[in-house]
Design a protein around this ligand. Structure first.
Ligand SMILES: NC(=O)c1ccc[n+]([C@@H]2O[C@H](COP(=O)([O-])OP(=O)(O)OC[C@H]3O[C@@H](n4cnc5c(N)ncnc54)[C@H](OP(=O)(O)O)[C@@H]3O)[C@@H](O)[C@H]2O)c1
Length: 270
């Protein structure tokens, strides 16, 4: 059931990585609930076409910002472009790694770019857009993370490390901002049916029956914005701890490396 998110948090939401997959699902769900949206992505034609779809289906305003979240000035640019808006919600969605390889088999610049998009820009987004929320005493921030954050494993060194950064950042900000009226949610996903997952898994993705629906992810996350710090989508205990429980970290890393750690951990680590 639609909630009054705009009244509770503010009239505008930014979705960083909002033109396909989980980000697009957040856009539809936020628009359904009456929130105006700023969509950020790199491919301008895809972004504009998706924004037109949202405008056609929902009675909200939509702005598009074509920029690369891996670029050094991305967040200062986004802050400048949206300076006239009251941004009450920020969903930092972009974060997948389309191809897992061993650490040294990937170009160093690819690693650095992933770290910038998944860590530096996330930190900047929470700092730049979180400060006005805290000052107003209302707002919500969602950081997307992954089962890859629970333990290290072969072929997801940098990706997993960035997702652990996002998990801890969101949990820490929840601890600081929850008493000040700002909800922060660290949203842990397992394998979810998105273009990015299909690029990562190829034909293996189409044969899988266990993929989460992005629409369900967005709906559930927005229903539980106030239930942070951490929400494990698809888990029978969504506010619970690591699915690895108390097992030795070495065993967790070995299980993650073999891809035997379950759908919400190793098989979701892209
Ligand atoms: N899908 C899964 O199975 C899964 C599993 C666990 C966790 N997650 C997490 O869930 C989140 C969403 O995943 P997803 O599968 O929907 O795909 P995603 O590739 O993380 O996000 C796709 C969206 O982000 C944009 N984007 C990607 N890189 C960008 C960049 N450098 N600058 C600006 N925009 C960028 C894309 O548009 P452009 O390409 O046009 O830029 C698109 O709009 C991620 O944080 C991921 O780590 C996903």
């Amino acid at each position: 059931m639609p909630t009054h998110l705009a009244q509770k948090y503010g009239p505008w939401a930014i979705i960083a990585g909002g033109s396909d997959g989980v980000g697009a699902a957040f856009a539809h769900e936020l628009a359904t609930r009456g929130v105006n949206i700023v969509l950020v992505a790199r491919r301008a034609p895809v972004l504009e076409s998706f924004a037109d779809d949202i405008r056609a289906q929902h009675d909200v305003e939509v702005r598009t910002v074509a920029l690369d979240l891996s670029a050094a000035a991305a967040m200062s640019e986004l802050e400048r472009i949206t300076a006239d808006l009251e941004v009450g919600l920020f969903v930092y969605n972009a974060g997948s790694d389309d191809y897992s390889t061993e650490f040294l088999d990937k170009d160093l610049n690819n690693h650095l770019s992933l770290v910038h998009r998944n860590c530096t820009s996330v930190l900047e987004a929470t700092y730049r857009f979180g400060a006005p929320m805290v000052a107003r005493g209302r707002g919500a921030v969602v950081l997307l993370t992954s089962g890859a954050a629970w333990a290290g494993g072969a072929t997801h060194a940098t990706y997993g490390a960035t997702k652990a950064f996002d998990l801890i950042l969101a949990e820490s900000l929840w601890a600081e901002w929850h008493p000040k009226g700002v909800d922060v949610l660290s949203l842990v996903l397992g394998a979810t049916d998105t273009p990015s997952l299909h690029r990562a898994l190829g034909a293996r993705a189409t044969s899988r029956a266990d993929l989460a629906d992005p629409a369900d992810v967005a709906r559930e996350a927005l229903d539980h914005l106030a239930d942070g710090p951490t929400w494990l989508f698809g888990n029978e205990n969504p506010t619970g701890g690591s699915p690895f429980g108390s097992i030795d970290r070495r065993d967790a890393v070995l299980a993650m490396s073999r891809g035997t750690a379950g759908t919400d951990t190793a098989t979701a680590r892209h």
